[in-house]
Design a protein around this ligand. Structure first.
Ligand code: SAM
Length: 189
């Protein structure tokens, strides 16, 4: 399954409550930075708590952007695709994404675009789920993997840290949480 704009527009109409991670962005440090959130979804709890200097949310679907306008005081919301970001080169200090890469088959294209729009001193932050570092949990994930993928196009068994490394990015840190299922990755640009 390749997740297209149509897929996401329909998903946001059908089950918006399943697509929002609410507080996840609070795990990232973007204080005082100009930041781009790729695949921002519905920002239900304001990202303003993080005090970014300047903040833009981008999503491939329109509905979550309309919802976010009611709840988030971001500086702007942009409809667009992560693999073709409508921003000039060197526009942001930080480009980050949460629970979006797991759905894409063009991991590298989106990372490349995030790198392009970041300044040379900038950072890429990803919070993604993937294969656990617990054998037991990994077994459960493996059992569920194909069903989850055919239902919603989400990969359970990927290792986002490896994928970022293979894409040629230098990983500054990777923190694992909740049985190692969540990966908080910081990469240089
Ligand atoms: C599971 S939701 C997560 C939303 C939000 N990041 C969160 O954690 O609450 C994935 C989001 O990524 C968006 N998305 C998927 N593919 C995208 C792409 N190629 N470019 C931009 N946004 C995309 C979807 O529309 C959806 O809002």
């Amino acid at each position: 399954m390749v997740n297209t704009r149509k897929f996401w527009e329909e998903s946001w109409e059908k089950h918006p409550q399943d697509l929002t991670n609410t507080y996840a962005h609070l795990l990232l440090d973007i204080t005082d930075k100009s930041a781009l959130y790729v695949g921002c979804g519905y920002i239900m709890y304001d990202i303003g708590i993080l005090k970014p200097g300047y903040f833009i949310g981008l999503d491939i679907a329109k509905k979550p952007l309309d919802l976010s306008r009611e709840t988030s005081y971001a500086d702007g919301f942009v409809l667009g695709n992560g693999n073709n970001l409508p921003f000039k080169t060197d526009s942001f200090d930080v480009a980050f994404s949460i629970d979006t890469f797991t759905y894409t088959n063009n991991f590298y294209d989106i990372l490349k675009e995030m790198k392009r729009v970041c300044r040379k001193s900038g950072r890429i932050l990803l919070l993604e789920h993937g294969a656990s570092n617990s054998k037991f949990v990994r077994r459960l994930q493996a059992r569920r993997e194909s069903k989850q993928y055919s239902l919603i196009g989400c990969h359970l068994m990927r290792n986002p840290e490896e994928l970022v490394g293979k894409a040629g990015f230098k990983i500054a840190s990777c923190e694992r949480k909740f049985s190692g299922i969540f990966y908080i990755i910081e990469a240089g640009v």
